[in-house]
Design a protein around this ligand. Structure first.
Ligand SMILES: *[C@@H]1O[C@H](CO)[C@@H](O)[C@H](O)[C@H]1NC(C)=O
Ligand SMILES: *[C@@H]1O[C@H](CO)[C@@H](O)[C@H](O)[C@H]1NC(C)=O
Ligand SMILES: *[C@@H]1O[C@H](CO)[C@@H](O)[C@H](O)[C@H]1NC(C)=O
Ligand SMILES: *[C@@H]1O[C@H](CO)[C@@H](O)[C@H](O)[C@H]1NC(C)=O
Length: 435
């Protein structure tokens, strides 16, 4: 038919018009002839579905919203069938892999099934028709993410189009590491139309099941607890006649923390116990000093070790680090106290009255149940060695050094009580818990 038409044009132009027109027509003819290379038994398919496609798309323009009146809104329903999430806490990027179902009505793509052999649905490539461009507002711009969808769409005779592209969205997500390694992260993705107002393209959720979690798999190290979806109407005072709606999805994820818990939380309790045991010991020999110095060293080693594991970009400090810091200070104070007590115990000068009075008060009051110093035979030996006196002389009257030792005991117990209280407060506030 095309060939006949071209020949006709050539014939007419040869006779009637100038040579330029003839040249143009000749070009057109040549092109037809090249196309005509197809063997004659290969005829163009003309069944109902081919006819339907041809008729639907012959006057279609993919650039415009598919409405007959420009004031009409295209309502696009969105459903996320989420398949996989991954979260990089170091880079603060959250990636969601999902099948996103888009559903809208295209007024220009409807047909009467009776005219086409009762076909009432067909498939079209998404690039052949208008598709909504849903942008991720907090996208990680380092990764190229197109708003355009590329897939095959399903079209029904009343013009309803459904496209389900498989897409990955990467968004920026601030991490909060306060309760590391038992932290729960909220990552929110905001979707909407980049340039169209809500009066032109209105993104909404499917009424039923806006988020589907069938076949969902957790990414490495994180467990998805739940997803909250919310539609923000996007009304601003600047523009009373237009809205900029957004679809907001919040993903609440929990770190799978078995490993970090084993290497961080339990050892920090052990190290605290070490300090406490050291402080409960007598300051009379070097064992206590060695033990508590070892505990301080353990704090250093442990802090360095955690430094490798912990994500360092968080705006807030993980409280386990604050705990270790404070525990380190307590241990350091314990070392100073130990040295001071050792110094007290070696004093040979008679103790001032004040100290003797304090000793007597404690020994006679309820404090004697806490300070078991009077009946410690090794202290006695200590005392004798230090003072160089024989036991006959000191049997009835305590030596001046004994007063110092007893005073050191009282200080030590007092310190232990204070340290235990400090640790109870520290553990209560600073040890992260798995709730
Ligand atoms: C269009 O047809 C589909 C399936 O036949 C139906 O589910 C849908 O409700 C129809 N939509 C309208 C606007 O009539
Ligand atoms: C995380 O999101 C949930 C649901 O929107 C909210 O209840 C919770 O307070 C959020 N948590 C944080 C730390 O923002
Ligand atoms: C868009 O959809 C929402 C409900 O999903 C509706 O409340 C709102 O009025 C719609 N906006 C327009 C402009 O049609
Ligand atoms: C909003 O619409 C009203 C009524 O149609 C009109 O009077 C007003 O000028 C419009 N405002 C803007 C900012 O376009």
């Amino acid at each position: 038919m095309v060939e006949r038409l071209s020949a006709h044009i050539v014939a007419r132009s040869m006779t009637a018009r100038g040579s330029l027109f003839a040249l143009c027509a000749l070009l057109a003819l040549t092109r037809t002839l090249v196309r005509g290379d197809c063997p004659p038994d290969r005829e163009e398919v003309t069944h109902n579905e081919a006819k339907l496609h041809k008729d639907l798309l012959c006057a279609y323009n993919t650039d415009f919203r598919p409405v007959k009146d420009h004031k009409q809104t295209v309502t696009v329903k969105v459903r996320f069938a989420i398949k996989y999430i991954s979260f990089d806490a170091l880079e603060e990027t959250f990636t969601l892999h999902s099948w996103v179902a888009f559903n809208w009505r295209d007024e220009l793509l409807s047909w009467r099934p009776e005219d086409y052999g009762n076909i009432d649905e067909t498939q079209l490539e998404s690039h052949e028709i208008w598709t909504p461009k849903m942008a991720l507002f907090n996208a990680d711009a380092a990764m190229y993410q197109s708003d355009q969808i590329y897939t095959t769409c399903l079209l029904t005779s009343n013009g309803t189009v459904t496209c389900v592209p498989h897409v990955a969205h990467s968004g920026i997500c601030r991490t909060s590491l306060r309760s590391w390694p038992y932290d729960v992260q909220n990552c929110t993705l905001y979707f909407g139309s980049w340039m169209n107002t809500g009066e032109q393209v209105n993104f909404t959720f499917y009424a039923k099941q806006p988020v589907v979690k069938d076949d969902f798999q957790d990414g490495p190290g994180w467990k998805l607890m739940y997803v909250v979806n919310e539609r923000l109407a996007g009304k601003y005072s600047c523009c009373p006649n237009s809205t900029y709606p957004m679809l907001k999805y919040t993903f609440v994820m929990k770190r799978i923390a078995a490993g970090p818990a084993a290497i961080v939380v339990v050892p920090s309790i052990v190290i605290v116990l070490l300090t406490l045991i050291a402080l409960a010991m007598d300051a009379k020999d070097n064992t206590r000093l060695m033990l508590i110095c070892f505990s301080l060293y353990g704090h250093f080693i442990f802090l360095t070790e955690i430094g490798y594991d912990i994500p360092k970009h968080s705006a807030d400090t993980p409280i386990i680090l604050l705990f270790l810091r404070d525990s380190m200070i307590v241990t350091l104070v314990g070392i100073i106290e130990t040295i001071f007590l050792m110094f007290l115990r070696r004093r040979k000068l008679p103790a001032p009255n004040l100290i003797v009075t304090v000793n007597r008060l404690v020994a006679n009051g309820p404090g004697k149940y806490v300070v078991f110093s009077e009946f410690d035979p090794s202290d006695d030996v200590d005392t004798k060695e230090l003072t160089g006196q024989t036991s006959d002389i000191t049997a009835d009257k305590p030596s001046p050094t004994f007063d110092w030792i007893q005073f050191a005991h009282i200080l030590n117990r007092l310190n232990l009580v204070v340290v235990v209280l400090v640790y109870i407060v520290l553990i209560g506030t600073y040890i992260p818990r798995d709730n």
